[in-house]
Design a binder for this molecule. Structure first.
Ligand SMILES: Cc1ncc(COP(=O)(O)O)c(C=O)c1O
Length: 413
């Protein structure tokens, strides 16, 4: 008898029968309020009828039109539709399947376009599991341990993680930018540095939003030195944070963004967007792949864009996100050192009485919530942050239901 490899670690004991909206229905006959959304993917909810209809229609017409062999309508239409939501000037797209592939595509682009070898990433960032993406991931050694050698040319600068340092946001930001400048004089000269790769909100690293001063500092240094600023919007994109893209909270212009997750409501689709002129500096034929820009995934993405717009999901994420954060703050006990987030990315960080990370209590809280019918995940380098990432269609009442369960869990810890 064959079985799933033990390398896959399950965050919950649930086997799903089907999903609908904000709920997953287990083979155990139970209904679960899903505040994991497939790690920030099913933004339109599970099996949104408009997405289902678009995918079903596409399956009957063309499933796979390999995009370096032929073009197809869903790919061209999606490219066109994304023009309405992408940041100004990012007018060329390349599509792949997973977030890690998009990150690798961005890496190839920035190295080829600048002719420079190095990239600077920010401590606590998560960018994926393929070797290059894992090298650029610093949210936990669990993502890169045991399969070295990793990729050369990656340097790590601090992210303004104020709570961890025990500093104010301003102090943490001043420190992060000072250390970045020090990195330029000690490890990678600006002339050798192709890009900064940064998440607007650290995701896997603990749900820690960046701030305007920090990102402006990156933009200013990027402009001064001809370095490209790449925002990894794989988790923060498509309305998740209450703006269409996470970096838009900070008024800072990206040179490249990576996209995936919320783009196609669960179909595997990712991509990078950059100015056409920048893309043209990469080597023709250097990007591609068998499955990229799959026709069914593109049709689902077009339908996803329709739903985001017609149901006002970006606005809903902003309003419901505030409700969620407020509720999490109101019911926080002394087991919780910090509550933070942006839009519908909310995290509660568990700490001990002496302020140390407390993964044991975080895991116990996550398990207890699941037992009460609320699916949650943990994150953070020490896995001591419980995160809530509901679908963007989440209602006022569903947020209140989740908060009621969470309050009970905290009271019973
Ligand atoms: C910010 C960010 N970048 C990259 C990735 C990697 O995406 P994938 O797991 O699809 O390879 C993730 C996945 O969680 C992510 O959150």
């Amino acid at each position: 008898m064959t079985e799933l490899s033990p390398v896959l670690k399950q965050a919950t004991p649930v086997t799903v029968d089907h999903g609908s909206g904000c709920y997953l229905y287990g083979t155990d006959g139970r209904r679960y309020l899903d505040f994991t959304a497939g790690i920030g993917v099913t933004s339109t909810g599970h099996c949104h009828p408009h997405v289902v209809a678009a995918a079903q229609a596409q399956v009957a017409s063309l499933i796979h039109g390999q995009y370096t062999t032929v073009l197809h309508r869903p790919l061209l239409e999606l490219t066109d539709r994304l023009g309405a939501v992408l940041p100004a000037g990012l007018d060329a797209l390349f599509f792949a399947n997973s977030g890690s592939e998009a990150v690798e595509a961005a890496l190839r682009l920035v190295r080829q376009a600048t002719g420079r070898p190095n990239v600077i990433v920010f401590h606590g960032g998560f960018h994926g599991r393929t070797v290059a993406a894992a090298t650029m991931t610093t949210s936990g050694t669990r993502f890169s341990a045991g399969f070295s050698p990793l990729m050369p040319g990656v340097h790590v600068a601090p992210f303004p993680t104020a709570f961890r340092y025990g500093w104010s946001e301003q102090e943490a930001t001043a420190f992060a930018l000072r250390e970045l400048d020090y990195l330029f004089t000690t490890l990678t000269s600006p002339a050798d540095t192709a890009a900064f790769l940064v998440e607007p909100v650290l995701g896997e690293g603990g749900y820690i939003p960046g701030n305007t001063e920090f990102f402006r500092g990156l933009r200013e240094r990027a402009d001064r030195h001809g370095i490209l600023l790449v925002f990894d919007e794989i988790q923060t994109g498509f309305g998740r944070t209450g703006k269409f893209f996470g970096h838009q909270h900070f008024g800072v212009r990206p040179d490249v963004i990576t996209i995936a997750k919320g783009l196609a409501s669960g179909f595997p689709l990712s991509g990078i967007a950059a100015p056409r002129e920048l893309m043209a500096r990469a080597w023709p034929g250097s990007q591609g792949g068998t499955y990229g820009g799959n026709a069914v995934a593109c049709a689902a993405a077009i339908a996803t864009l329709d739903v985001i717009e017609s149901e006002g999901l970006v606005e809903n994420a902003a309003v419901r996100g505030e409700q969620l954060l407020r509720g999490l703050r109101d019911c926080a006990t002394k087991a919780i050192g910090d509550v933070r987030g942006l839009g519908l990315m909310a995290g509660a960080e568990f700490t001990t009485a002496t302020g140390e990370p407390d993964p044991v209590t975080a895991a116990a809280a996550q398990r207890a919530a699941i037992a009460k019918g609320l699916l949650l995940l943990t994150c953070g380098a020490q896995m001591n942050v419980v995160r809530m990432i509901p679908p963007l269609i989440v209602t006022d009442a569903q947020i209140e239901d989740a908060l009621a369960i969470w309050s009970e869990v905290l009271a019973e810890l």
